[in-house]
Design a protein around this ligand. Structure first.
Ligand code: PLP
Length: 449
């Protein structure tokens, strides 16, 4: 097997092609949209990998949330993607912010988001971070151990604590991230709940302000939400018997990357106008971020190894493809991942001939042998050094966790774009989606805090 041919023009912007690949978003872009995206590539043909953020998609999701779950105020989980334009779009239209650390609180404050619109939702916190939160007037936080309650109460007695309960995820759902093994108090029975809430009130002298859970990050929304909601409502009722205020129910994150489906919404309906009376908030991350971003990465090398064609790209598992390691994203063994190629010069689309697909691996740019983004994927054999790969659905747990391993940087640029994606279902819908969503969050309830 010889080395793959190296084209002399491979690194020229004139000859570079852009391959559009399906990541966690299978919606196909039309020719005009691909052309617009390729115009970003042309700004810097030798550049590092970068993100294109689609503002329209984030606002569409927020709008849909408002119309379907109007009684639940979303606090966007900053950790899922902290890029400024996304945070601005969500928080200037009524979403609050879920922050996990001093760094995230600081970022929110620097962006002009009020501390009263943040929830410090990390059940295990560093002491310095608690002090910083309190000094900056972040009022609400979570805990799931007695030690944490004592820690918060000692350092920041005015902070209000929501008790995080754990919910065993429904095994029938293929969850990308399970939380119950690590977080949340395992309430084993209603009697157990009585004992714990009594102990917290009478022995620790602390009054709780609500219940929080995170059902795990499901790919399509998990039925565990129904179980969790029922348990949380019981906990609110029991807690109040011991003097806990329990004025907030925080439904956490874990909402689907795609649109909210009816079954999922039905699982949450008992929290609407509940006679118990509490404010309902949630911490969606991927739901708002996942399908709003396209990741562009460039082919740095092409070789033949052990009968397979291998492409090295200028990103890695230590960078924006961290989602493969930590978030269960997979590009393996799916020949349908790769579907379109656009020639930058003519911008003519040519559908990839399935026969030209070759069994390929895609390697990250670091020196780590384990840095393999995808194995055994069918990919276009014509792709060459200098061509760009554009992965859709790369907005969650990509930009946030990237490291500086090997002294390498990636995804240093973020471009803002606005385009309605997805084939409209009807002419009426087409008319709706062709416009910029106009959006001002009008929750039925007053803001939670
Ligand atoms: N809230 C908390 C406390 C989390 O830990 C996370 C994710 O780790 C989220 C919300 C967001 O989860 P998702 O992106 O699945 O919605």
């Amino acid at each position: 097997a010889s080395q793959a041919n190296f084209s002399k023009n491979a690194q020229s912007d004139i000859s570079a092609n852009t391959y559009f690949l399906k990541g966690l978003d299978s919606r196909i872009l039309n020719a005009e949209q691909r052309e617009e995206l390729v115009s970003f590539v042309n700004q810097d043909p030798f550049g590092q990998s970068f993100l294109v953020y689609n503002s329209h998609e984030a606002l569409r999701k927020l709008n849909a949330w408002r119309s379907k779950l109007s009684w639940i105020q979303p606090f966007y989980a900053l950790k899922s993607n902290p890029i400024d334009p996304l945070v601005e779009d969500l928080c200037s239209n009524g979403a609050g912010l879920d922050v996990a650390s001093q760094g995230e609180i600081k970022k929110g404050l620097e962006m002009g988001i009020s501390a009263s619109n943040m929830i410090y939702s990390n059940p295990v916190k560093e002491e310095k971070d608690i002090l910083y939160a309190a000094q900056n007037n972040v009022l609400y936080t979570t805990a799931d151990t007695f030690d944490e309650i004592v820690k918060i109460h000692t350092l920041a007695p005015n902070m209000k604590i929501l008790w995080r309960i754990s919910i065993t995820e429904d095994n029938s759902q293929q969850l990308s991230t399970v939380f119950s093994n690590k977080f949340g108090d395992d309430i084993t029975s209603l009697e157990d709940a009585h004992q714990k809430f009594k102990f917290i009130a009478q022995e620790l002298g602390v009054r709780l302000h609500g219940i929080h859970f995170h059902c795990g990050s499901g790919k399509n929304g998990s039925s565990s939400f129904l179980k969790a909601v029922n348990m949380a409502r019981k906990c609110i009722e029991i807690g109040r018997q011991y003097g806990h205020a329990m004025e907030i129910l925080d439904l956490g994150g874990g909402y689907p990357s795609g649109d909210l489906n009816e079954k999922f919404i039905a699982n949450l309906k008992d929290t609407c106008n509940d006679p118990l009376g509490y404010r309902v908030i949630a911490e969606p991350g991927r739901h708002f971020s996942s399908q709003t971003c396209y990741l562009f990465t460039r082919i740095l090398a092409k070789r033949s190894k052990q009968g397979k064609t291998c492409f090295h790209v200028n990103d890695s598992l230590y960078h924006s493809f961290n989602c493969v390691l930590m978030d269960g994203v997979s590009f393996e063994n799916d020949n349908d991942q790769f579907y379109q190629v656009v020639n930058n010069n003519t911008l003519e689309q040519s559908e990839i001939n399935k026969n030209s697909m070759i069994n390929s691996s895609i390697f990250g740019m670091t020196c780590d042998g384990a840095d393999v983004i995808a194995r055994n994927v069918g990919f276009c054999g014509d792709a060459k050094v200098g061509d760009w790969l554009c992965f859709s659905g790369m907005g969650s747990y990509t930009f946030g966790p990237k490291s500086a391993f090997n002294g390498m940087e990636s995804t240093t640029r973020v471009f803002k774009w606005s385009s309605p994606v997805g084939a409209p279902e009807s002419p009426k819908k087409a008319a709706e989606t062709s416009e910029e969503p106009s959006l001002i969050w009008k929750p039925k309830l007053e803001p939670a805090f």
